[in-house]
Design a protein around this ligand. Structure first.
Ligand code: ATP
Length: 236
């Protein structure tokens, strides 16, 4: 059974149909990439899954639950966490506070503190700077913080929106090695990424979106050299 299943999902902004009859699955343990040109509807899809946006129609099933009408909090409780586009860390709060914020649905104080320590082990640079304001971190460190904050809810599915955005190439590689490592530890990942080649090289399967729809999909290793993918990615 897929961990996540979208069936005929449509999402509108007023009259604009941003996502049209989109169906996709994410199996437990996978990294799945969603690529497409600017405005294809990738962020909208992630925000519908995390329930930040309401779908107009279609179904979202997660871990056996129908999420189609669930609240954002319910999505987190069922095990979905999102690292949003642009990272959106709280610049004027410390790293420690940002991490605790990621655990807002939990009330096991000891468990939360243990997980904060685990994040510092996993992301030593965050540990070294734990009392600094998040706004003083570099872009790559802020991305690490955004991922670590999402992990604080102990998600089964991590939604990553453009984790490489605005980062230097060497830092991008570091972020992708973190993504693969998290996956090896058992976190299932749905990844939206502009860096299509690297995302496909790092994932099991890929869906290509154009104008709100999935135009093709398959194993990433097979799509990575497909000219049609390049075409879609460049915006047709
Ligand atoms: P990008 O890589 O630029 O973030 P995307 O594939 O994530 O692109 P979306 O952000 O999901 O695309 O946008 C899909 C469509 O919905 C676009 O036509 C966009 O202009 C439109 N759109 C997105 N957000 C809004 C909004 N808040 N109000 C109105 N239209 C929106």
């Amino acid at each position: 059974m897929p961990l996540l299943e979208l069936t005929d999902l449509s999402v509108n902004y007023g009259a604009i149909q941003a996502v049209r009859n989109l169906s996709l699955t994410v199996e437990p343990g996978e990294i799945v990439t969603l690529i497409g040109a600017n405005g294809a509807g990738k962020t909208t899809t992630l925000r519908a899954i995390s329930r930040m946006l309401r779908a107009r129609s279609g179904r979202i099933t997660f871990d056996g639950h129908d999420l189609s009408r669930a609240s954002p909090d319910a999505a987190v409780k069922y095990g979905i966490a999102q690292s949003p586009e642009g990272r959106q860390v709280l610049a004027r709060q410390s790293i420690a506070d940002n991490l605790e914020l990621g655990a807002y649905i939990r009330n096991d104080t000891a468990g939360i503190q243990a997980d904060v320590r685990r994040m510092y082990e996993h992301f030593p640079r965050l540990g070294e700077r734990r009392n600094q304001l998040a706004g003083t971190l570099s872009g790559g460190e802020q991305q690490m913080l955004a991922i670590a904050r999402a992990l604080m809810s102990r998600p089964k599915l991590l939604l990553l929106d453009e984790p490489s955005l605005g980062l230097a190439p060497i830092i991008v590689l570091e972020i992708f090695s973190i993504i693969k490592e998290l996956n090896a530890q058992g976190v299932t990942i749905l990844l939206v990424e502009q860096n299509a080649r690297l995302a496909m090289q790092s994932s099991h399967r890929t869906y290509v979106m154009e104008a709100g729809q999935v135009t093709f999909s398959g194993r990433s290793a097979e799509l990575v050299d497909d000219q049609r993918v390049l075409h879609a990615y460049l915006g047709g």
